[in-house]
Design a protein around this ligand. Sequence first.
Ligand code: HEM
Length: 187
Amino acid sequence: MVWHMRCGYAMLSLVMWRILWGFIGGYWSRFSSFVSTPRQAWQFARQSLAQTSRIAGHNPLGAWSVLAMLSCLGLQALTGLFSDDEISTSGPLTALVSQAWVERATQWHTGPGKWGLIALVVLHLGSIFWYVRVRRIDLLNPMRTGDQILENPARESTDTIATRILAAVLLLLCASAVGLSVGSGSL
Ligand code: HEM
């Protein structure tokens, strides 16, 4: 459980970082460049079987999966802070809320939160398999390197030493904020 909680703090820091980066990061990382309406996502899903060209950034359906992943991971890590197994382990912030909220947080953390995340992971891996094997579109290398070859010109993202240092400093600040909130004794 000690490592479970440490991994949870790392996850919370990463989710915080990614949300902030969605406002100040490179063009294609910003929420404004990819967040879509449900209608756009539905239209994309319907056309997606016929479409073979690649697009830069997240597609309208992928955008919803990013938002779902960030919300579920964030909520899972946050509810963990208030969870209590009533045997040996409790989250570091349980004393701040009533017993009723601890029970609600624990129920979410061990029930819908857990199963929702498992479903998202399966969906994520399934989509990668579908793109790579069925549609022959390589998603993994663009995800890993941040670069991809496109048929049509697309706007460049900003990726310089300065933006990378900014990203690292921001991550350090998020990790420090999580560390300070849970208290150094919990790490
Ligand atoms: C995204 C990060 C996290 C994930 C994916 C996660 C996942 C899980 C899972 C799958 C369980 C077991 C549920 C079961 O028994 O079926 C669990 C239990 C638990 N987690 Fe987390 N957790 C995360 C973060 C945290 C954090 C940050 C804390 C506290 C600092 C925490 C504290 C606990 C506690 C106390 C339990 C035991 C609850 C019980 O058995 O009633 N978790 N977590």
